[in-house]
Design a binder for this molecule. Structure first.
Ligand code: COI
Length: 365
């Protein structure tokens, strides 16, 4: 079977590039987007196309709007030292998109086609790649249930869309340590729920606690498990890592309440290569309070596509707070941040095969 052609309809009114040294996260969007529709009556996914970025028509009865049958992923493209664009762990992200799809009864996508769609879209909007240090293009694929039907069951039709956003730091504080609130009442995800899927519902569930944390002066929430409110899970939009003594710990994925982060997996791989003692194990709030009191809690940091590696400077909770010592340049978090960004920007050889090059449109043709 021949690979489907991706039609390209170019914008007639390209928009001005953001004229700011501080792009922030997710505020600006490039000139084009990718769309593709799913309809069993048309053989499944059909009509892959790149069109000018803009609003899409949606049936007000669409399942995504009512019952949150929608999934997404988030990944990044970086310029290398020759100015070519490369995507970090494209296949791993698309595999995760398909895992999220299974959990939300969304049809599987053809990874090769969506990979080509993302690379083509990046080639079309290549001139949107920002130039400042630490910036990239954030790629957001999303699939929503588009069928207009109010009964509760998986929809019959879907739309897949990919948009691109030139981004800087996720946090306004940049790489400076963030203050995190440990949420002991509200929960993000329970065992048997959707915690491991990248789906809007998990983020909707996080908003109230995050707003309350912000009102207390904290940037994000550290989630505890939904049953005992004791075990550390995730921090805001990131996976959590701690260094206690000489052990680096991250909560395990076994309960399927955490998002299986691609940066998390990359960090684990690097730490193991470096010979660091690393454990995927449960860690309780009590354990870190005790480790902190004993001077053994050396580092806390979050990992994620948007935030990359973000050191945590303070954990606040009802009744106290834990201050984590100043990040030193030789801290694990700083070494990881450097190592991962060296891979992102092609300053070191891509030994793991994590970067996928974006062909220019001429050479892809
Ligand atoms: C990520 O870091 O993986 C994200 O996609 C974060 C996003 C929800 C803001």
């Amino acid at each position: 079977m021949t690979a489907p052609l991706i039609e390209i309809q170019r914008t007639r009114s390209p928009r001005p590039r953001p004229n700011t040294p501080d792009l922030g996260f997710g505020r600006y969007f490039t000139d084009h987007m990718f769309l593709m529709d799913f309809d069993p009556a048309r053989g499944g996914w059909h009509s892959p196309r790149i069109v000018p970025y803009g609003p899409v028509a949606m049936d007000p009865a669409a399942g995504a709007l009512h019952y949150a049958q929608t999934i997404f992923d988030g990944l990044k493209a970086f310029p290398d030292q020759n100015g070519e664009i490369r995507v970090f762990r494209l296949d791993a992200h698309l595999a995760r998109l398909n895992e999220s799809a299974k959990k939300l009864c969304v049809p599987q996508v053809d990874v090769a086609l969506v990979s080509r769609a993302i690379r083509t879209l990046l080639a079309v909007d290549a001139s949107w790649m920002p130039e400042q240090e630490g910036t990239s293009i954030y790629i957001r694929p999303i699939i929503w249930a588009s069928e207009g039907f109010l009964g509760v069951r998986p929809a019959k039709t879907y739309t897949l869309c990919v948009i691109l956003s030139p981004v800087g730091s996720y946090y306004a504080s940049g790489a400076a340590p963030v203050k995190i609130w440990v949420e002991e009442k509200l929960t993000r995800a329970a065992v048997g729920g959707l915690g491991a899927a990248k789906t809007g519902a998990n983020y909707a569930a996080s908003l109230r606690a995050a707003e309350e944390a912000k009102a207390r002066g904290y940037a994000q929430v550290l989630w505890l498990d939904a049953k005992e409110h004791r075990w550390l899970e995730e921090v805001g939009t990131m996976n959590l890592f701690l260094r206690i003594g000489d052990e680096v710990i991250t909560p395990p994925l076994t309960d399927e309440t955490l998002l299986p982060g691609i940066t998390r997996a990359s960090v684990l791989e690097l730490l193991r290569e470096w010979g660091v003692r690393v454990s995927e194990r449960k860690v309780s709030l009590d354990e870190i309070k005790k480790a902190s009191a004993a001077g053994q809690l050396h580092e806390v940091f979050g990992t994620g596509t948007a935030a990359v590696i973000s050191p945590v400077g303070e954990l606040g909770y009802a009744g106290g707070s834990i201050r984590i010592s100043e990040m030193k340049p030789d801290s694990i978090a700083m070494r990881l941040r450097q190592a991962i960004s060296d891979i992102h920007y092609g300053r070191v050889q891509d030994r793991h095969g994590w970067m996928t090059r974006v062909e220019t449109l001429e050479s892809a043709a």
